[in-house]
Design a binder for this molecule. Structure first.
Ligand code: ADP
Ligand code: MG
Length: 145
């Protein structure tokens, strides 16, 4: 499915629609250029999942864990792009079977890393890709994992 959004609110609403279909152990990869709206989409998803505090890109760590009715993990693997599985278990505190997880800059999860990162009870549920489409427009594709 590919949709076009015309505002941050519309992108948040799409994030909420995606989140409504997710369950414990699901991982959503969220790719796209800087400013494409990855964090905006994740914020909408987090609201749907009952997260009330600020939702911003993790900056000084690779991830955050939000309190909600169930835990929500939010990772930003920008710094891992181009790296191999240097640190086994780096992600296992975040990609847990009890949480719903969102991963910005997920390229490092596409290679050998993936096998290590996805432990028991954790599955790739969706791939979301956002593109700038002029002004405030964004073209957003959502695929099953
Ligand atoms: P990323 O995490 O991909 O770097 P952010 O979500 O942090 O992107 O930032 C997206 C920026 O673009 C925000 O300032 C947001 O207000 C703006 N924006 C404008 N139009 C849209 C849209 N349709 N969807 C998402 N963000 C939008
Ligand atoms: Mg971001």
């Amino acid at each position: 499915m590919t949709v076009r959004t015309r505002s941050p609110d519309e992108t948040e609403a799409l994030g909420a629609r995606i989140a409504a279909e997710l369950g414990a152990g699901d991982v959503v990869l969220v790719s796209g250029d800087l400013g494409a709206g990855k964090t905006t989409l994740v914020r909408g998803a987090c609201r749907e999942l009952g997260v009330e505090g600020p939702v911003t890109s993790p900056t000084f760590t690779i991830g955050r864990r939000y309190e909600g009715p169930r835990p929500v993990s939010h990772l930003d693997l920008y710094r891992l792009e181009g790296l191999g599985p240097e640190e086994p278990g780096l992600l296992e505190d975040y990609l847990t079977a009890d949480a719903v997880s969102f991963v910005e800059w997920p390229a490092s999860l596409e290679g050998d890393f993936a096998a290590e990162a996805f432990g028991a009870g954790v599955r790739l549920a969706r791939r979301v890709h956002l593109r700038h489409a002029g002004g405030d427009d964004r073209e957003i594709s959502v695929e099953e994992g």
